[in-house]
Design a protein around this ligand. Sequence first.
Ligand code: B12
Ligand code: SF4
Length: 479
Amino acid sequence: MKLILPALTEATSPDWRPIKYSLFPPLGLATLAAHLDPDVEISIQDEHVQKLDLTDEPDLVVIQVYITNAYRAYQIADRYRARGSYVVLGGLHVTSMPDEAAPHADTIVLGPGEHTFRQFLSDFRAGSPLRRYMSTTRTLRDLPPIRRDLIQRRLYLVPNSIVVSRGCPHHCAFCYKDAFFSGGRSFYTQRVDAALAEIARLPGRHLYFLDDHLFGDPRFARELFRGMRGMGRVFQAAATVDSILRDDVIQEAAAAGLRSLFVGFETLSAAALAGAGKRQNLGRSYRDVVRRLDDLGIMINGSFVFGLDRDDRDVFARTVDWSVQHGITTATFHILTPYPGTALFASMAAQDRITTRDWDLYDTRHVVYRPIRLSPAELQRGYGWSYRTFYRWDRIVRAASAHASARHALKHFCYSTGWKKFERAWDLVIRIKQLSQMRPLLEAVLSPVRPRAEGTATEGLPNQPVGADCQGTILPTRA
Ligand code: B12
Ligand code: SF4
């Protein structure tokens, strides 16, 4: 049996950033593989980091389909079916566009795969698999451990990616979430003890939580972080603006090792937030969010969307200036993208504003609809300008200087330049298959901002490496 994560078409373009796609292993496929008997011969292949071998003839081929790899996924599926393999397609895009995917598969699976895949396997073994399965059971309880042994860790910078929940309690109009989880609960968590056991199984120090909103259930999050104290971990995650201001969960997270947080600011305009259904951000002070995270020594990856209906030509400079001024460490800018299945897609389609259905372009880097107060060319140009400007050396230095602590400023500088300014070096490291050698550098940049005695951020974290700051990262011993 073979499980494949195809690469997106962009993999052959000059804009391709190999490092971005060598970060995380195919966790979804390793999660599905856990349902197979241990004696089944299984391979997981991830086209982002390895050339696919398509000459074999597996009995069963499982393919994960995102929007931007859909065409490649269909091509691979057609090829295997022509050679007699049984092909199952699943994932986000299949769930949004089942009728498009179905002709390329023997079976399609809609929604989260844990329970449906188990059912499919049992039907397949009995010789009577259905054409379509739809997830209705929504729980992460009593699942077998993820088959991490099938992941080639050395090919990834962050092999320890982990998800301890699914979905999110909010309902933003542009988000994939409501479409993917329709037909059942759209937010649920693991049991805390199971999550802690999974964390304990992961080697090394660094973790990356891929949960949409790790603080979505405050009680779960608080218990998780308390359980993680003393594990000596450093980790990154994502959470919403309101959850950072709400209570003490963010402090618990910092004490457990949170060092960098992806925050969905999306826009600085309250009217645009309301238009996008992002109610949880309304009336919250972004300045207070930044201050709170800064005080805890947590770096911010700010996420912003351009092209919302209220956005005009000033939106780009306004957003970049604000981000630099407030010491945002890395910014992820997106062109608004109406994913099929979302409320946004439905409303734009009803207004006849969708200009292309070429899914390759639905990568948040291309304009695929008619904006209202900007022309498509202005939006495209403004997006490119924002990235170039935010990551100019002088802006990086200015943003890094915004922090109260010199050590935080230094770490900001290292993290931001390391991510965006050394593309060739990353390419080389990937080519010579030495990514795992870079992990200690990442861990060093994510070490605490303050020595333990001074601040709350590191309370309860024993055995932090002394001097593991940005300077440490350039010492040969750390590399
Ligand atoms: C990590 C991640 C990445 C990593 C991918 C790493 C990897 N190797 O998988 C990187 C950084 C490379 C990435 C890139 C991009 N990503 Co991304 N990414 C994510 C993220 C945060 C987590 C994915 C994950 O691991 N989830 C946890 C695992 C357990 O779940 P899963 O992978 O979905 O698998 C489950 C189910 O989908 C299902 N399943 C999946 N496949 C199959 C197959 C079968 C047969 C069955 C039965 C079930 C099944 O079962 C699994 C277990 O439940 C998601 C957000 C999210 N919460 O999903 C966005 C997300 C998937 N990304 C998205 C996007 C848009 C992109 C980019 C286009 C962004 C960009 N501008 O570059 C690129 C393109 C990626 C591509 N290959 O086409 C969108 C997808 C929208 C869509 N409708 O498809 C998401 C949902 C983010 C968002 N909120 O918009 N991404
Ligand atoms: S808060 Fe984030 S994950 Fe949750 S619905 Fe909104 S965009 Fe999606």
